[in-house]
Design a protein around this ligand. Structure first.
Ligand SMILES: C[S@@+](CC[C@H](N)C(=O)[O-])C[C@H]1O[C@@H](n2cnc3c(N)ncnc32)[C@H](O)[C@@H]1O
Length: 245
């Protein structure tokens, strides 16, 4: 066998580091991150520092590790995104081909609104036979519910999780159809969401949570106070429209 063929390919790990509190990282994530020589950090150009990397720095440390950033544009243009992901996947494949394990870190869980899901097909198509392993993480929804002391679901209740909603009619329909509505990625549509919740008389059944589990976490029960305010990207609103029994 030629030397090139005998080199073992590294494992591609998707590691959820939890919502931000380093104590909420799992033992499995700690083990994988301690062992992995290379850490892939997805990041937008505009983002100062990756939140996921801050967690890894606090919980594991970065000494002796290669940290490489995958710079992805903040755009909805599919072609631009696809091109950037293709380029970034080459960086991952390069290291895996050298036999290094790569840990792709993500806030919360890697299979829950994370770019990791886009990289799995790119890496497996680009590197035949590569092993992919996912390490789940505590999601921001669980963290926000805990911070707010609000149940997500009881008994046979129905829950819906909705990101980036921009249609007030749709918000109304959802608020009538579920026991819990979790609105994520709300920062660009806050006032419309707040107005709709108020019009339906659900302000008292709602809670806003920003940066759950972080030292600067904010939990706001009277969400009317937030009107006109620019809120952090790491924020969500949870509504429980139905009266408790
Ligand atoms: C791209 S999604 C990431 C979700 C993540 N993979 C997870 O498992 O929770 C980003 C959205 O998650 C929510 N989010 C993430 N971390 C949060 C936190 N610590 N507190 C409140 N919301 C958070 C916000 O709604 C934000 O717009």
């Amino acid at each position: 066998m030629k030397e090139k063929d005998s080199k073992k390919t590294g494992t591609f790990y998707g590691v959820g580091v939890g919502p931000g509190d380093p104590e909420l990282i799992t033992l499995k994530a700690l083990r994988v991150l301690k062992a992995a020589p290379s850490i892939a950090v997805p990041k937008s150009r505009e983002q100062r520092k990756s939140l996921a990397l801050t967690v890894v720095e606090k919980a594991v440390g970065l000494e002796g590790k290669e940290v490489f950033e995958l710079v992805l544009p903040m755009t909805r243009d599919k072609e631009t995104l696809e091109r950037a992901r293709q380029e970034a996947s080459k960086e991952i494949i390069e290291r895996l081909s050298e036999g290094k394990d790569v840990a792709f870190i993500t806030v919360g869980d890697p299979l829950f609104y994370s770019t990791f899901s886009y990289f799995v097909p790119l890496v497996t198509e680009g590197l035949a036979g590569v092993r992919v392993e996912v390490v789940p993480g505590v999601t921001s929804v669980s963290a926000a519910a805990s911070s707010a002391g609000m149940p997500i679901a009881k008994a046979d209740e129905r829950v819906i999780i909705v990101p980036s909603i921009k249609n007030t009619k749709e918000i109304r329909v959802l608020l009538r159809g579920f026991h819990t509505v979790v609105l994520m990625k709300i920062s660009n549509f806050m006032d419309e969401i707040l107005d709709t919740i108020e019009e339906l008389g659900l302000t008292e059944r709602s809670v806003f949570v920003s940066r759950a589990g972080w030292p600067d976490q904010e939990v706001v029960k009277d969400i009317r106070k937030l009107k006109g305010r620019k809120v952090d990207y790491f924020s969500m609103i949870i509504v429980r429209p139905v009266a408790e029994e």
